[in-house]
Design a protein around this ligand. Structure first.
Ligand code: NAP
Ligand code: F7E
Length: 324
């Protein structure tokens, strides 16, 4: 029988890659699609899957939408990727972030509980929940200490996922994913902001790149690898929580250097530090321990940061040349 999946946030970076993965596995894929005045379907077009994903209009903050999406999709597996996901914005819109990123997950859990409690649920949790890190390498047992309204909202959604699992016996799993990037990353996130600038500088369209705290360190992986871990979690007999990471951490500065070097440029001649991009409270360093995911899911990150940076710079150069 054809398996059916519902993906919230299907128009986002991970939603697009996950939808592609599921389609390739023969799933019928439904996507919750929040109406916007501008075009948000470009990633589904980029992966050439727009006509194969069944888009269901709805918003995570609207319980009727989540119930209707469950009824219409008759999903066996639900991946909750929808969120206000930009950390910096979460200080400007903390309440909206709470509604979408926190309560939105509960709307989805309630919709499942009311319509088909046997459906399996994946919650997109995040390394931002570790925030001010309590251990040098963060695993499933590391205490949380979120540092932004986004991290706090995600922590609420995470514990609600655990709670619905323990209270109602739901197959609800939480993937604590560290930063993962790709050519489909939103332009406001630092890896894509850098590769966009590298291409524009190389093509003579821009001179400088303004950044905030380039001493921050992140454990960066490739989104195409990470969506496989999401799927694997829902194929397990028992629900559980997993850290998904590479186990290597790098400064924003070095990540930048690698990208500029790809086109023969020196980042030091182009990067300007701008206070505007500093955050009210910073997550200084993140480094994940993916041992449990390797042992139980057989999952491992396979794309090195250098390969990822080159992939993103090359895609950006091609975009830049196409746009003229
Ligand atoms: P993304 O590109 O920002 O995508 C977010 C998605 O959520 C978009 O499709 C967006 O739709 C949708 N959305 C926003 N508000 C919504 C609402 N009110 N109702 C329904 N949908 C709404 O994020 P991503 O990088 O793919 O990440 C996917 C998920 O994983 C997110 O929950 C994120 O917080 C989490 N996460 C990401 C990372 C990472 O490094 N990428 C790491 C850990 C966890 P529009 O396009 O219409 O705005
Ligand atoms: O920042 C520093 C910034 O915005 C990374 C989201 O997917 O991953 C992402 O959150 C670091 C931070 O990602 C600029 O201060 C310096 O230390 O790319 P980012 P993030 O905040 O780590 C987690 C796991 C998620 O769950 C989130 O949804 O880079 N940084 N200068 C800058 N960051 C940005 N955006 N822009 C700068 O100019």
């Amino acid at each position: 029988m054809t398996k059916r999946a519902l993906v919230t946030g299907v128009t986002g970076q991970d939603g697009a890659y996950l939808a592609k993965l599921l389609l390739d596995k023969g799933y019928m894929v439904y996507g919750l699609h929040a109406r916007r005045a501008t075009d948000t379907l470009w990633r589904l077009r980029y992966l050439d899957i727009l006509d194969r994903v069944h888009l269901l209009e709805g918003d995570l903050t609207d319980l009727a939408s989540t119930i209707r999406s469950m009824v219409k999709s008759e999903a066996d597996e639900v991946y909750n990727l929808g969120a206000q996901s930009f950390v910096a914005t979460s200080w400007m819109q903390p309440i909206l972030t709470g509604y979408v990123t926190g309560l939105g997950a509960v709307n989805m859990l309630e919709a499942i509980r009311l319509t088909n409690p046997k459906a399996r649920f994946y919650q997109a949790s995040t390394s931002e929940m570790f925030g001010k890190i309590q251990e040098p390498m963060q695993s499933e047992s590391t205490p949380f200490y979120p540092r932004s309204p986004y991290g706090v909202a995600k922590l609420y959604a995470h514990w609600m996922t655990v709670n619905y699992r323990e209270s109602f016996g739901m197959h609800a799993s939480s993937g604590i994913l560290f930063n993962h990037e790709s050519p489909l990353r939103g332009i406001e996130f630092v890896t894509r902001k850098v590769t966009d600038a590298v291409a524009r500088i190389k093509l003579g369209k821009q001179k400088e790149l303004r950044l905030g705290n380039i001493d921050a360190k992140r454990d960066w992986g490739y989104a195409g690898d990470y969506v496989k871990a999401m799927w694997l979690m829902l194929q397990q007999n028992a629900p559980d929580d997993f850290v998904v990471a590479t186990g290597r951490t790098t400064t924003v500065r070095d990540m930048c250097r690698i990208a500029f070097e790809r086109v023969g440029l020196n980042y030091e001649q182009h990067v300007v530090i701008d206070e505007k991009f500093f955050r009210p409270a910073e997550v200084e360093v993140l480094l994940g321990n993916p041992a449990k995911a390797k042992e139980k899911l057989g999952w491992e990150a396979t794309t090195k940061l250098e390969t990822l940076r080159h992939m993103m710079v090359d895609a950006e150069l091609e975009r830049g040349r196409r746009e003229g």
